[in-house]
Design a protein around this ligand. Structure first.
Ligand code: PEP
Length: 261
């Protein structure tokens, strides 16, 4: 076991309005409470759409629910004439702790390249947000370069040229596994996470590498999560589709139940 606190993160993508968001968070908390969940054993974070953040923040604050709040994106700019964009400072004001950067859907549908991902990582650091830097290879890249090359390259690009690194999380998400029902094997996921950690140690420091949580993502469900989290290389999961179902996501959050150590 490493001393990194596992992180289970639910990316809701463009699903659920603010009322539905409240219902899901309440149901998730009730389900976990009923199961006697130990909130200190794992960090649980939800990443609702921007329009839900205020409602979810108010709920978890008022009911003292031990969930962390994440946003799905942020602007690389500070403020000004950038219609439709959301600044890191706005997120910070809402007690947002994490922000996804470089999710494969942003990279492919919004042409976010490594330069943009680096700039968004810098904006997150600047505002005291923890970027969850998403990296992963397409099927074509897997066939041409193997599994680790692209995620390692994307990780190093996102972490390059910062005066100082703040805390960050890496989410290794093979693009071919996102929303497809196809998953990497636990061994493949652990190998790529280990290579990413090695690369961070070489490019930055062994201390930074040892402190960084590296997650796996791509069609994770309650039924397959234990396999990924058995490896000490994998410090949690980033979950899309299955995070929209309270019972399924609670089953993922309570992954220890399925792991025989
Ligand atoms: C994701 O959106 O980051 C993701 C991993 O999605 P899914 O779990 O649905 O594959």
């Amino acid at each position: 076991m490493s001393n990194r606190l596992p992180l289970i993160a639910g990316n809701w993508k463009m699903n659920l309005d603010h009322q539905q968001a409240i219902a899901l968070v309440q149901k998730l908390a009730w389900t976990l409470n009923d199961a006697g969940h130990d909130y200190k054993s794992v960090e649980t974070a939800v990443f609702p759409p921007f329009t839900d953040l205020r409602s979810v923040q108010t709920l978890i604050d008022a009911d003292k629910i031990e969930f962390s709040l994440g946003a799905q994106d942020l602007s690389k700019h500070e403020s000004g004439a950038f219609t439709g964009e959301i600044a890191g400072s706005f997120l910070k004001k809402l007690d947002v702790k994490f922000v996804l950067v470089g999710h494969s859907e942003r990279r492919s549908y919004h042409n976010e390249n490594d330069e943009v991902v680096q700039a968004k990582t810098a904006a997150a650091f600047k505002h005291g947000l923890i970027p969850v830097i998403c990296v992963g290879e397409t099927l074509e890249e897997l066939e041409n370069e193997g599994a680790a090359a692209v995620p390692v390259r994307q990780t190093l690009a996102a972490l390059a040229n910062h005066a100082e690194l703040g805390e960050f999380v890496i989410a290794y998400e093979p693009v071919w596994a996102i929303g497809t029902g196809k998953v990497a094997t636990p061994e493949e996921a652990a190998q790529v996470c280990a290579k990413i950690r090695e690369a961070i140690a070489d490019a930055h420091s062994p201390e930074v590498a040892a402190a960084t949580r590296i997650l796996y993502g791509g069609s994770v469900k309650a039924a397959n999560v234990a396999g990924f989290l058995k490896s000490t290389e994998v410090d949690g999961v980033l979950v899309g589709g299955a995070s929209l179902d309270a019972e399924e996501f609670a089953g993922i959050v309570r992954f220890q139940k399925h792991i025989s150590l």
